[in-house]
Design a protein around this ligand. Structure first.
Ligand code: UDP
Ligand code: MG
Length: 316
Protein backbone atom coordinates (compact mmCIF):
# COMPACT_ATOMS: atom_id res chain seq x y z
CA UNK A 1 0.00 0.00 0.00
CA UNK A 2 1.66 3.17 -1.17
CA UNK A 3 0.32 6.22 0.67
CA UNK A 4 -2.08 5.83 3.58
CA UNK A 5 -5.72 5.17 2.69
CA UNK A 6 -8.41 7.26 4.34
CA UNK A 7 -10.38 4.37 5.80
CA UNK A 8 -9.12 1.39 7.80
CA UNK A 9 -11.50 -1.41 8.73
CA UNK A 10 -10.37 -3.61 11.62
CA UNK A 11 -11.77 -7.10 12.02
CA UNK A 12 -10.85 -9.50 14.84
CA UNK A 13 -11.20 -13.14 13.88
CA UNK A 14 -11.39 -16.07 16.25
CA UNK A 15 -12.47 -19.46 14.92
CA UNK A 16 -14.69 -17.97 12.23
CA UNK A 17 -13.75 -20.33 9.37
CA UNK A 18 -17.38 -21.23 8.63
CA UNK A 19 -18.41 -17.64 8.05
CA UNK A 20 -15.28 -16.00 6.68
CA UNK A 21 -16.00 -16.59 3.01
CA UNK A 22 -19.44 -15.03 3.38
CA UNK A 23 -17.81 -12.08 5.10
CA UNK A 24 -15.30 -11.59 2.27
CA UNK A 25 -18.10 -11.84 -0.29
CA UNK A 26 -20.00 -8.99 1.31
CA UNK A 27 -17.22 -6.89 2.81
CA UNK A 28 -15.07 -6.24 -0.25
CA UNK A 29 -17.91 -5.23 -2.60
CA UNK A 30 -19.40 -3.02 0.14
CA UNK A 31 -16.09 -1.25 0.68
CA UNK A 32 -15.33 -0.98 -3.02
CA UNK A 33 -18.66 0.76 -3.34
CA UNK A 34 -17.98 3.16 -0.47
CA UNK A 35 -14.56 3.90 -1.93
CA UNK A 36 -16.03 4.66 -5.30
CA UNK A 37 -19.01 6.67 -4.05
CA UNK A 38 -16.94 8.82 -1.72
CA UNK A 39 -13.76 8.88 -3.77
CA UNK A 40 -11.57 7.43 -1.02
CA UNK A 41 -9.22 4.51 -0.56
CA UNK A 42 -9.55 1.87 2.12
CA UNK A 43 -7.64 -0.96 3.75
CA UNK A 44 -8.80 -3.92 5.79
CA UNK A 45 -6.81 -5.21 8.74
CA UNK A 46 -7.74 -8.70 9.90
CA UNK A 47 -6.39 -9.94 13.19
CA UNK A 48 -6.36 -13.67 13.67
CA UNK A 49 -6.73 -14.02 17.43
CA UNK A 50 -5.10 -17.45 17.68
CA UNK A 51 -7.88 -19.34 15.89
CA UNK A 52 -7.68 -23.10 16.12
CA UNK A 53 -9.57 -23.72 12.88
CA UNK A 54 -8.80 -22.84 9.26
CA UNK A 55 -9.34 -19.11 9.79
CA UNK A 56 -5.65 -18.20 9.51
CA UNK A 57 -5.23 -20.10 6.25
CA UNK A 58 -8.37 -18.53 4.84
CA UNK A 59 -7.16 -15.07 5.77
CA UNK A 60 -3.80 -15.77 4.13
CA UNK A 61 -5.64 -16.91 1.03
CA UNK A 62 -7.75 -13.79 0.96
CA UNK A 63 -4.61 -11.72 1.41
CA UNK A 64 -3.20 -13.29 -1.76
CA UNK A 65 -6.38 -12.33 -3.61
CA UNK A 66 -6.68 -8.75 -2.46
CA UNK A 67 -3.24 -7.83 -1.18
CA UNK A 68 -3.82 -4.30 -2.52
CA UNK A 69 -6.21 -3.54 0.35
CA UNK A 70 -5.65 -6.34 2.86
CA UNK A 71 -3.36 -6.78 5.80
CA UNK A 72 -3.42 -9.78 8.12
CA UNK A 73 -1.97 -9.76 11.62
CA UNK A 74 -1.49 -13.21 13.11
CA UNK A 75 -1.39 -13.64 16.89
CA UNK A 76 0.38 -16.67 18.29
CA UNK A 77 -2.48 -17.39 20.68
CA UNK A 78 -5.83 -16.09 21.87
CA UNK A 79 -5.61 -12.67 23.51
CA UNK A 80 -9.27 -11.66 23.25
CA UNK A 81 -11.32 -9.45 20.97
CA UNK A 82 -10.28 -6.16 22.52
CA UNK A 83 -6.58 -6.94 22.37
CA UNK A 84 -7.03 -8.02 18.74
CA UNK A 85 -8.62 -4.67 17.97
CA UNK A 86 -5.80 -2.95 19.84
CA UNK A 87 -3.31 -4.68 17.55
CA UNK A 88 -5.47 -3.66 14.61
CA UNK A 89 -5.05 -0.03 15.67
CA UNK A 90 -1.31 -0.54 15.63
CA UNK A 91 -1.33 -1.75 12.05
CA UNK A 92 -4.02 0.53 10.65
CA UNK A 93 -2.91 3.64 8.79
CA UNK A 94 -6.22 5.29 7.95
CA UNK A 95 -7.52 8.61 9.19
CA UNK A 96 -10.91 7.00 9.82
CA UNK A 97 -10.91 3.71 11.65
CA UNK A 98 -13.90 1.39 11.76
CA UNK A 99 -14.10 -1.79 13.81
CA UNK A 100 -16.33 -4.64 12.69
CA UNK A 101 -17.04 -8.18 13.91
CA UNK A 102 -16.25 -11.07 11.60
CA UNK A 103 -19.54 -12.87 12.14
CA UNK A 104 -21.68 -10.60 9.93
CA UNK A 105 -23.89 -9.64 12.87
CA UNK A 106 -23.20 -6.05 11.88
CA UNK A 107 -23.69 -5.70 8.14
CA UNK A 108 -20.55 -4.45 6.34
CA UNK A 109 -22.88 -2.40 4.13
CA UNK A 110 -23.32 -0.02 7.10
CA UNK A 111 -19.68 1.08 7.04
CA UNK A 112 -20.53 3.80 4.52
CA UNK A 113 -22.84 5.43 7.09
CA UNK A 114 -20.04 5.55 9.64
CA UNK A 115 -17.68 7.08 7.11
CA UNK A 116 -20.26 9.76 6.36
CA UNK A 117 -20.47 10.68 10.04
CA UNK A 118 -16.69 10.74 10.36
CA UNK A 119 -16.31 13.00 7.36
CA UNK A 120 -19.02 15.24 8.82
CA UNK A 121 -16.55 15.97 11.61
CA UNK A 122 -17.56 13.52 14.34
CA UNK A 123 -14.54 11.90 15.93
CA UNK A 124 -16.45 9.01 17.50
CA UNK A 125 -19.38 7.25 15.91
CA UNK A 126 -21.20 4.93 18.27
CA UNK A 127 -23.89 2.58 17.08
CA UNK A 128 -27.18 1.29 18.38
CA UNK A 129 -28.32 -2.10 17.18
CA UNK A 130 -31.88 -1.82 16.02
CA UNK A 131 -33.78 -5.03 16.48
CA UNK A 132 -30.94 -6.85 18.13
CA UNK A 133 -30.63 -10.51 17.22
CA UNK A 134 -29.07 -12.11 20.27
CA UNK A 135 -30.36 -14.45 22.94
CA UNK A 136 -32.85 -12.91 25.37
CA UNK A 137 -30.35 -13.49 28.18
CA UNK A 138 -27.70 -11.44 26.38
CA UNK A 139 -30.19 -8.69 25.62
CA UNK A 140 -31.44 -8.35 29.18
CA UNK A 141 -27.94 -8.60 30.68
CA UNK A 142 -26.82 -5.97 28.22
CA UNK A 143 -29.59 -3.54 29.19
CA UNK A 144 -28.72 -4.00 32.86
CA UNK A 145 -24.99 -3.50 32.24
CA UNK A 146 -25.61 -0.41 30.13
CA UNK A 147 -27.60 1.09 33.02
CA UNK A 148 -24.99 0.19 35.64
CA UNK A 149 -22.16 1.59 33.52
CA UNK A 150 -24.10 4.77 32.93
CA UNK A 151 -24.49 5.25 36.70
CA UNK A 152 -20.92 4.37 37.66
CA UNK A 153 -18.94 5.99 34.89
CA UNK A 154 -19.44 9.19 32.96
CA UNK A 155 -19.63 7.26 29.74
CA UNK A 156 -22.90 7.66 27.89
CA UNK A 157 -23.39 5.02 25.25
CA UNK A 158 -26.80 3.72 24.38
CA UNK A 159 -25.48 0.35 23.29
CA UNK A 160 -22.00 -0.39 24.60
CA UNK A 161 -21.79 -3.88 23.17
CA UNK A 162 -22.01 -3.06 19.50
CA UNK A 163 -18.51 -3.21 18.06
CA UNK A 164 -19.28 -1.70 14.68
CA UNK A 165 -17.90 1.73 15.50
CA UNK A 166 -16.01 4.51 13.85
CA UNK A 167 -13.14 6.50 15.32
CA UNK A 168 -10.98 9.32 14.15
CA UNK A 169 -7.23 8.71 14.19
CA UNK A 170 -6.76 11.32 16.91
CA UNK A 171 -8.80 9.17 19.31
CA UNK A 172 -7.03 5.99 18.32
CA UNK A 173 -3.63 7.57 18.97
CA UNK A 174 -4.81 8.40 22.50
CA UNK A 175 -6.21 4.90 22.99
CA UNK A 176 -2.89 3.45 21.95
CA UNK A 177 -1.11 5.54 24.56
CA UNK A 178 -3.05 3.78 27.33
CA UNK A 179 -1.32 0.52 27.94
CA UNK A 180 -3.94 -1.07 30.12
CA UNK A 181 -3.78 -4.81 29.94
CA UNK A 182 -7.55 -5.32 30.05
CA UNK A 183 -9.80 -2.77 28.60
CA UNK A 184 -13.04 -2.13 26.82
CA UNK A 185 -12.20 -0.22 23.69
CA UNK A 186 -15.47 1.59 22.88
CA UNK A 187 -15.60 2.97 26.43
CA UNK A 188 -11.94 3.95 26.51
CA UNK A 189 -12.22 5.69 23.15
CA UNK A 190 -15.37 7.47 24.26
CA UNK A 191 -13.50 9.16 27.11
CA UNK A 192 -11.31 10.91 24.51
CA UNK A 193 -14.05 11.98 22.13
CA UNK A 194 -14.79 15.66 21.52
CA UNK A 195 -17.67 15.32 19.18
CA UNK A 196 -19.29 11.91 19.55
CA UNK A 197 -22.44 10.82 17.82
CA UNK A 198 -24.54 7.68 17.60
CA UNK A 199 -26.37 6.11 14.71
CA UNK A 200 -28.73 3.17 14.33
CA UNK A 201 -27.36 0.13 12.54
CA UNK A 202 -28.95 -3.11 11.55
CA UNK A 203 -28.20 -6.29 13.43
CA UNK A 204 -28.40 -9.82 12.12
CA UNK A 205 -28.06 -13.29 13.47
CA UNK A 206 -24.59 -14.74 13.41
CA UNK A 207 -23.98 -16.02 9.88
CA UNK A 208 -22.31 -19.20 11.12
CA UNK A 209 -20.89 -20.70 14.29
CA UNK A 210 -21.65 -19.54 17.80
CA UNK A 211 -20.70 -16.64 20.00
CA UNK A 212 -17.04 -16.87 20.95
CA UNK A 213 -17.77 -15.49 24.39
CA UNK A 214 -18.43 -17.88 27.23
CA UNK A 215 -20.54 -16.67 30.14
CA UNK A 216 -17.38 -16.35 32.21
CA UNK A 217 -15.70 -14.20 29.57
CA UNK A 218 -18.76 -11.99 29.35
CA UNK A 219 -18.69 -11.49 33.11
CA UNK A 220 -14.96 -10.71 32.95
CA UNK A 221 -15.51 -8.21 30.18
CA UNK A 222 -18.16 -6.43 32.19
CA UNK A 223 -15.93 -6.34 35.25
CA UNK A 224 -13.26 -4.72 33.09
CA UNK A 225 -15.81 -2.23 31.95
CA UNK A 226 -16.85 -1.29 35.48
CA UNK A 227 -13.58 -1.54 37.40
CA UNK A 228 -11.53 -0.23 34.51
CA UNK A 229 -13.41 3.03 34.34
CA UNK A 230 -14.59 3.77 37.86
CA UNK A 231 -13.59 3.32 41.50
CA UNK A 232 -17.11 4.07 42.60
CA UNK A 233 -17.83 0.41 43.46
CA UNK A 234 -15.09 0.62 46.10
CA UNK A 235 -16.51 3.85 47.48
CA UNK A 236 -20.04 2.49 47.52
CA UNK A 237 -18.71 -0.50 49.36
CA UNK A 238 -17.12 1.56 52.09
CA UNK A 239 -20.38 3.44 52.51
CA UNK A 240 -22.24 0.14 52.75
CA UNK A 241 -19.65 -1.02 55.30
CA UNK A 242 -20.28 2.07 57.42
CA UNK A 243 -24.05 1.65 57.28
CA UNK A 244 -23.77 -2.01 58.28
CA UNK A 245 -21.42 -1.16 61.13
CA UNK A 246 -23.90 1.40 62.33
CA UNK A 247 -26.75 -1.10 62.07
CA UNK A 248 -24.95 -3.86 63.91
CA UNK A 249 -23.78 -1.38 66.55
CA UNK A 250 -27.39 -0.45 67.22
CA UNK A 251 -28.38 -4.10 67.32
CA UNK A 252 -25.64 -4.76 69.86
CA UNK A 253 -26.86 -1.94 72.08
CA UNK A 254 -30.40 -3.21 71.80
CA UNK A 255 -29.37 -6.73 72.80
CA UNK A 256 -27.29 -5.38 75.65
CA UNK A 257 -30.22 -3.40 77.05
CA UNK A 258 -32.52 -6.41 76.68
CA UNK A 259 -29.88 -8.50 78.52
CA UNK A 260 -30.18 -6.22 81.56
CA UNK A 261 -33.94 -5.90 81.47
CA UNK A 262 -34.99 -9.43 80.53
CA UNK A 263 -31.97 -11.42 81.66
CA UNK A 264 -30.21 -13.90 79.37
CA UNK A 265 -32.31 -15.11 76.44
CA UNK A 266 -31.65 -17.44 73.55
CA UNK A 267 -34.57 -16.80 71.23
CA UNK A 268 -33.53 -15.13 68.07
CA UNK A 269 -30.47 -17.30 67.65
CA UNK A 270 -31.45 -18.07 64.09
CA UNK A 271 -32.09 -14.44 63.34
CA UNK A 272 -28.56 -13.82 64.50
CA UNK A 273 -27.32 -16.64 62.29
CA UNK A 274 -29.10 -15.14 59.32
CA UNK A 275 -27.63 -11.76 60.10
CA UNK A 276 -24.14 -13.21 60.42
CA UNK A 277 -24.40 -15.08 57.15
CA UNK A 278 -25.62 -11.97 55.45
CA UNK A 279 -22.71 -9.98 56.83
CA UNK A 280 -20.23 -12.67 55.80
CA UNK A 281 -21.70 -12.57 52.30
CA UNK A 282 -21.29 -8.84 52.15
CA UNK A 283 -17.71 -9.14 53.39
CA UNK A 284 -16.81 -11.76 50.80
CA UNK A 285 -18.29 -9.61 48.10
CA UNK A 286 -16.19 -6.72 49.32
CA UNK A 287 -13.07 -8.85 49.32
CA UNK A 288 -13.82 -9.99 45.80
CA UNK A 289 -14.31 -6.43 44.70
CA UNK A 290 -10.99 -5.43 46.22
CA UNK A 291 -9.48 -8.44 44.47
CA UNK A 292 -10.75 -7.18 41.13
CA UNK A 293 -8.91 -3.92 41.52
CA UNK A 294 -5.80 -5.55 42.94
CA UNK A 295 -5.86 -8.02 40.04
CA UNK A 296 -5.91 -5.14 37.61
CA UNK A 297 -2.98 -3.52 39.38
CA UNK A 298 -1.12 -6.83 39.40
CA UNK A 299 -1.58 -7.34 35.69
CA UNK A 300 -0.45 -3.82 35.08
CA UNK A 301 2.74 -4.01 37.14
CA UNK A 302 3.84 -7.25 35.50
CA UNK A 303 4.11 -5.27 32.30
CA UNK A 304 3.88 -8.32 30.12
CA UNK A 305 3.19 -7.75 26.45
CA UNK A 306 -0.54 -7.47 25.90
CA UNK A 307 -0.40 -9.55 22.76
CA UNK A 308 2.22 -11.30 20.68
CA UNK A 309 2.23 -10.90 16.93
CA UNK A 310 3.59 -13.94 15.17
CA UNK A 311 3.50 -12.60 11.63
CA UNK A 312 2.02 -9.82 9.54
CA UNK A 313 0.97 -10.38 5.95
CA UNK A 314 1.17 -7.13 4.05
CA UNK A 315 2.25 -5.84 0.70
CA UNK A 316 5.59 -4.16 1.00
N1 UDP B 1 -13.28 -12.60 18.84
C1 UDP B 1 -11.90 -12.55 18.96
N2 UDP B 1 -11.31 -13.14 20.05
C2 UDP B 1 -12.04 -13.75 21.02
C3 UDP B 1 -13.45 -13.77 20.91
C4 UDP B 1 -14.04 -13.18 19.80
O1 UDP B 1 -11.21 -12.01 18.09
O2 UDP B 1 -11.43 -14.26 21.96
C5 UDP B 1 -13.90 -11.98 17.66
C6 UDP B 1 -14.88 -12.87 16.91
O3 UDP B 1 -14.23 -13.65 15.92
C7 UDP B 1 -15.83 -11.87 16.30
C8 UDP B 1 -15.87 -10.77 17.34
O4 UDP B 1 -14.69 -10.91 18.11
O5 UDP B 1 -15.31 -11.33 15.09
C9 UDP B 1 -17.11 -10.82 18.20
O6 UDP B 1 -17.24 -12.10 18.78
P1 UDP B 1 -18.64 -12.79 18.98
O7 UDP B 1 -19.47 -12.60 17.74
O8 UDP B 1 -18.39 -14.18 19.40
O9 UDP B 1 -19.25 -11.96 20.16
P2 UDP B 1 -20.80 -11.60 20.39
O10 UDP B 1 -21.34 -11.08 19.07
O11 UDP B 1 -21.45 -12.87 20.81
O12 UDP B 1 -20.75 -10.55 21.45
MG1 MG C 1 -21.20 -11.69 17.25
Amino acid sequence: MSSAPLLSVIIPVYNEAEGLQALFDRLYPALDQVAQAQGIRYEIVFINDGSKDRSAAMLANQFEKRSDVTRVVLFNSNFGQHMAIMAGFEYANGEYIVTLDADLQNPPEEIGLLVQQLSAGHDYVGTIRSNRKDTWFRRIASIAMNRLREKLTKITMTDQGCMLRGYHRRIIDLVRQCDESNTFIPALAYTFANNPTEIQVKHEERFAGESKYTLYQLIRLNFDLVTGFSVMPLQLFSILGMLLALGSGTLFLLLLIRRFILGSEVEGVFTLFALTFFLIGVMLFGLGLLGEYIGRIYQQVRERPRYVVQAVLEKK
